[in-house]
Design a protein around this ligand. Structure first.
Ligand SMILES: Cc1cc2nc3c(=O)[nH]c(=O)nc-3n(C[C@H](O)[C@H](O)[C@H](O)COP(=O)(O)OP(=O)(O)OC[C@H]3O[C@@H](n4cnc5c(N)ncnc54)[C@H](O)[C@@H]3O)c2cc1C
Length: 543
């Protein structure tokens, strides 16, 4: 095994959290940082043009293209699980929506014993990361690196959706990340001047100018090197060679909800029986590694729209396509500058709930599946996802080979509560879509169509067509209970100098899209790591 030099910090994975860590840990210039990324540079044109995200679902150059194991409650279908494999990770291929989750999510994390993770604790980190185009206020920051902006222009169908929601008693909400999440409105996006603002763009670009940061791409981390229960480096594979990099300070895994538990298991840190089954020496039996995986399941209704005002109508006509391209090039506006979800909302399926339990996304295009070809007719999509699923799944290595994808099983819909919430959410969405304000726009519900109307019918529809909205989390959960993998300071329990900082540590999935909360985790983790490094330095100087 070839050896490289010794670093103060090694960060594994240049995704939403990893790029934040690389930037913040290298900022002072005092620490040598190595950032390892299995994917390549973020050069792909469609990464940077917002609507291009639809083209990245199936592109192996930037995507791991995982598939789940057959899902028992979804008619044994394997569900596509795209993950970014490129600088920026999923923040380079995601739908660009900027949604943090609810105050109650973080207060719940705190209630579980995670000191330092209540809403009041994490709000400063959301604000620190944010360059809010509307300016700073009680809930938003304007001086951070992550561009957050309004949709480039309103759209008549989105306006009608918001009015339709109001007609059935749901308020308009112009800021899902403000005082209250509830209501219908436009999503804000991680975008500036019509360009995607991934964490590679926001954080890594500026950090790469520093001599104390080394970024290695096409570098697949195979395992963490441990001596006497302490992380001393990592082994990674690059250009056919296995290389070991040593660390003086800490190894921080930020390889995502699938990647981080996989690396831990390959390193001998995980459920003992699973590791033995694959011939891996058990360095520490940690049953929680890969357990408690969560995700948001979504079900989508497809509609034929009365007039050719959707993206379908743009991509299917040469002259409109040219015009859209021109508008984008000249003004950074039009359909190419649109994020996945345009408008949407957060609703309560039961008025007795304290906060919304479902999220709706309105997309001004329609296709048979995410990333599929758009229909030839004017079409739109409206979807529901349940925000706080009870179902739990797992990540388990299938062999000791780091290049083999792990088994990914979400166990979607495995509780009665999850089934009920999805069905009630869809019934609510139907009421909005049938309200007077949308009548001039909605010609018909094409899929599943009005014959699917009872709760039982809708459940059958979800089983047949439900899919992920790409928010896997919690596979190396933070907590103070026995089964938790990391403590509230994100240190892997019982292992020295090893932390995790990505979506895998969320105690429970947040009630919303997961990019913003993962970036917040990267910000907070950086502070925790730098504080500890400072303490060690001070002690060493004093001694
Ligand atoms: C198609 C899609 C659409 C989405 N839409 C939205 C949205 O609109 N809004 C939103 O908020 N969220 C969205 N999400 C979710 C959100 O982007 C993710 O939750 C978030 O980016 C996760 O960040 P992370 O740091 O945990 O992992 P990632 O961003 O996935 O980063 C992990 C990085 O580690 C690398 N890696 C993994 N294993 C290894 C290894 N062994 N060695 C080296 N490197 C490794 C990966 O290549 C990757 O770059 C979407 C996700 C997808 C896939």
């Amino acid at each position: 095994m070839a050896e490289t030099e010794t670093y103060d910090f090694i960060v594994v994975g240049a995704g939403s959290a990893g790029c934040v860590l690389a930037d913040r840990l290298s900022a002072s210039g005092r620490f040598r940082v190595l950032l390892l990324e299995a994917g390549g540079e973020d050069k792909h044109l469609w990464i940077h043009i917002p609507i291009g995200y639809g083209k990245l679902f199936t592109d192996a150059r930037v995507n791991w293209l995982y598939q789940s194991a057959p899902e028992p409650e979804l008619n044994n279908r394997a569900i596509m699980q795209p993950r970014g494999k490129v600088l920026g990770g999923c923040s380079s291929i995601n739908g660009l929506l900027y949604v943090r989750g609810q105050r109650q999510d973080f207060d719940h994390w705190r209630q579980l014993g995670n000191v330092g993770w209540s809403y009041e604790d994490v709000l400063p980190y959301f604000k620190k990361s944010e360059a809010q185009a509307r300016g700073a206020d009680e809930f938003h920051g304007a001086g951070g690196p992550l561009a957050v902006a309004d949709q480039v222009e309103p759209h008549e169908v989105c306006e009608a959706f918001i009015r339709a929601a109001q007609e059935i008693g749901i308020p308009r909400n112009d800021d899902f990340n403000g005082a209250s999440q509830e209501g219908a409105g436009y999503f804000q996006t991680t975008m500036r001047n019509g360009r995607r603002w991934s964490t590679a763009r926001a954080y890594l670009k500026r950090a790469r100018a520093r001599a104390n940061l080394t970024v290695a791409t096409h570098a697949l981390t195979e395992r963490v090197l441990l001596e006497g229960g302490i992380a001393v480096g990592v082994a990674y594979r690059q250009q056919g060679r296995t290389i070991s990099a040593r660390v003086r300070g800490e190894v921080i895994l930020a390889a995502g909800a699938f990647g981080s538990p996989q690396i831990l298991q390959l390193s001998g840190l995980g459920p003992a029986a699973l590791l033995r089954q694959h011939g891996i020496s058990v360095l520490r039996d940690i049953p929680g590694v890969g357990a408690d995986l969560q995700d948001h399941l979504q079900a989508r209704f497809l509609y034929r729209v009365t007039r050719p005002i959707t993206l379908n109508d743009v991509v299917n006509r040469f002259d409109r396509k040219m015009w859209a391209g021109l508008r984008y090039v000249l003004f950074r506006k039009g359909p190419l500058a649109v994020s996945a979800g345009y408008a949407g909302g957060f609703f309560r399926t039961d008025p007795r709930l304290e906060s919304p339990d479902v999220q709706a996304h309105v997309l001004l295009f329609s296709a048979d599946k995410p990333g599929g070809s758009l229909h030839s007719w004017p079409g739109m999509t409206a979807s529901i996802c349940q925000l706080r699923p009870e179902s739990r799944g797992w990540i388990r290595i299938k062999s000791a080979n780091p290049s083999e994808a792990p088994e990914i099983r979400l166990n979607y819909l495995s509780t009665e509560g999850d089934k009920r919430t999805m069905v009630q959410g869809l019934q609510l969405l139907r009421r909005i879509m049938g309200a007077p304000a949308l009548k001039p726009y909605v010609a018909e519900e094409r899929d599943p169509g009005p014959s699917v109307s009872t709760d039982a019918d809708l459940l059958t529809f979800v089983r047949a067509r439900g899919t992920t909205i790409f928010h896997p989390t919690s596979s190396c959960r933070m907590g103070i209970d026995e089964a938790a993998v990391v403590d509230p300071e994100l240190r892997v329990k019982g292992v020295g100098r090893l932390r995790l900082a990505d979506a895998s540590v969320m105690p429970t999935v947040v009630s919303g899209n997961t990019n913003a909360a993962t970036i917040m985790i990267g910000e907070k983790a950086s502070d925790l790591i730098l504080r500890d490094a400072e303490l060690i330095r001070t002690r060493a100087t004093a001694a």
